[in-house]
Write a protein that binds this ligand. Structure first.
Ligand code: UD1
Ligand code: MG
Length: 530
């Protein structure tokens, strides 16, 4: 899980920091059959954005709380952290019933209050539906927590339209005249529970908290579901801390976009726009040229080398890696591929789960299905489809071919219209083509079959048996030339037309032509019929 917008130098894990990611909710307002946190933003499940921050900062353990579609969420999270530093700290905990954000955090107790291990000194708690939050912002929040000696520190944002968010309610004033600091936070009130006055507040709770280790679980034990939704709200720990005379600190986002919580499809679309733009800017800064940046789509997990050029309407998806100096022309979609340096991909190609080595040349209109390897300086051209096939160094398949389940060695010429007939209706079979082979146009290879090194297959041949090395394989019907046939036919048709009646002429000329035209030579009659 690489993250373009987090490619900046990342922070060190913070000793004693436990991280909790809440990802158990259904997300009713999404109106979806899928759990909210599984919806994608820039090609990556929303929950993985929070998990990414957790992996970078956790010095203690990480608890990801799953509930709605728990197995699927767990699968996505586990697959997303494979090979990442910090992955060993991650624990999945289940919230069987979704009784609120406070209840969600309570489920992580066994992960952190393990008798055998030291307990976290502080917790970072993240909503799983806030994909724009940056690691640097969280680091600043942690610093605020430290510097202010706070028990709870929360992240806030000032929004023009705060509808739906929890409002941050502050004291009337700090008491000290002339103070420039905003008044202290008193509590968080959810939209549904707020009075009209409270609802008029534009400062909202982003859903990112730092909480002291000794306070969190004791406070959670005291939560009451006395609110409009009958839930245990995590946000109530803020007022609880204030009531105990503890310090509650707050940091406000410079860029309120970062605090966008995704509860609806509209918010999902808004988040997508923001992330896509950040990703484009990141790669532009890293030395990638984009002819029309707004039309280029790059997923969060993509990597692009410098001096590569992306033409309009290019889509790079999943974990695609593009090398340096590679040019990708308009209308190309590449998913989960590794593309080398100095590769050229001409317009309108679709490439999936394939590997293209340096200096290869693809397109236009190439379809690489999963499992293709195109070796250095090889060429795949107009209307060629490939699947589970290796095309050797310098080999060419330039026109109108299907190559499936094949191994093709170096310097092979695949003639136009070549087809590997790899499927017998039940099973798939392999085709092996040795080096320096020349396949003429319109060759069909009935797999399993092998063409030995240096062989030539004549155009129009259906190869049904192995071809030994350095041999010519030819299997096609011998040609017949009927000398003068066309001239005589033309003459017959001309007589018909000069007689004037075209309908009758057509019938007459057919019969006359039969008589007039020369008979094929004996022994060739059969093939001539074809
Ligand atoms: C929450 C905050 C609100 C804040 C907003 C920011 C509470 C009570 N409210 O509201 O103050 O302004 O986020 O976006 O915390 N979840 C669970 N288990 C549950 C319920 C929720 O794991 O039982 C998870 C969800 O999957 C989600 C996160 O917690 O990732 C937040 O839940 P959500 O229902 O989106 O809360 P909001 O109404 O947005
Ligand atoms: Mg939310």
């Amino acid at each position: 899980m690489k993250h373009a917008i987090n490619h900046q130098k990342s922070s060190q894990p913070i000793p004693g920091l436990g991280v909790i990611v809440m990802a158990a909710g259904l997300g009713k307002r999404m109106n979806s059959n899928n759990a909210k946190v599984l919806h994608h933003v820039a090609g990556q499940a929303m929950v993985l954005y929070a998990v990414d921050v957790a992996l970078r900062l956790a010095g203690h353990r990480i608890a990801v709380v799953v509930g709605h579609q728990a197995d699927r969420v767990q699968q996505v999270v586990e697959a997303g952290v494979v090979g990442r530093p910090g992955a060993e700290l991650l624990h999945i905990v289940k919230q069987a019933e979704q009784l609120g954000t406070g209840h969600a955090v309570m489920q992580s107790r066994p992960v952190f209050l393990d008798e055998k291990a030291a307990r976290p000194t502080q917790y970072l708690i993240l909503n799983g539906d806030t994909p724009l939050l940056k690691e640097q912002t969280v680091c600043e929040l942690l610093r605020t927590h430290q510097s202010q000696g706070a028990t709870v520190t929360l992240l806030t944002a000032k929004l023009e339209d705060p509808t739906g968010y929890g409002r941050v309610i502050r004291r009337e004033s700090n008491g000290s005249h002339g103070s420039v600091a905003p008044p202290d936070v008193l509590k968080i009130v959810e939209d549904r529970d707020a009075t009209p006055d409270e609802r008029a507040t534009h400062e909202i709770n982003v859903g990112t908290y730092v909480v002291s280790g000794e306070f969190l679980f004791d406070a959670l034990d005291k939560l009451e579901p006395d609110n409009a939704q009958g839930e245990l709200y995590l946000t109530d720990i803020v007022h609880m801390a204030v009531a105990q005379g503890r310090r509650v600190a707050a940091a406000t986002l410079q860029d309120p976009d970062e605090g966008l919580g995704v509860n609806t499809r509209q918010q999902l679309a808004a988040a997508e726009q923001v992330v896509r733009q950040q990703i484009r800017e990141c790669w532009l800064d890293a030395g990638v040229t984009m002819r029309d940046p707004r039309s280029v789509w790059i997923d969060a997990g993509v990597t692009i080398g410098k001096d590569s050029v992306l033409y309009p309407n290019v889509t790079l998806e999943g974990t695609t890696v593009i090398g340096e100096g590679t040019t990708i022309h308009s209308g190309v979609r590449i998913s989960d591929c590794v593309i080398g340096n100095d590769v050229e991909v001409l317009d309108h190609c679709v490439l999936r789960e394939s590997h293209v080595d340096d200096e290869a040349h693809l397109g236009p209109f190439v379809h690489l299905r999963p499992g293709v390897v195109v070796r250095r300086k090889a060429k795949v051209g107009n209307f060629v489809e490939m699947k589970k096939t290796e095309l050797g160094e310098g080999s060419k398949a330039n026109h109108l071919s299907y190559l499936g389940d094949a191994t093709i060695a170096e310097n092979v010429n695949i003639g136009a219209g070549t087809i590997t007939c790899n499927y017998d209706g039940v099973r798939k079979h392999k085709t092996v083509i040795g080096k320096n082979v020349f396949l003429g146009s319109d060759t069909q290879l009935i797999a399993p079959v092998t063409v030995g090194d240096g062989s030539v297959v004549a155009a129009g041949t259906t190869v049904t048996q192995d071809v030994p090395p350095d041999s010519l394989a030819i299997a096609r019907v011998a040609q017949t030339n009927r000398v003068g046939w066309v001239a005589k036919r033309r003459a017959v048709l001309a007589i018909g037309i000069s007689n004037g009646n075209s309908a009758r002429v057509a019938v007459a000329s057919k019969t006359t032509a039969k008589k007039a035209l020369p008979k094929p030579k004996k022994g060739r009659a059969k093939s001539a019929k074809r």
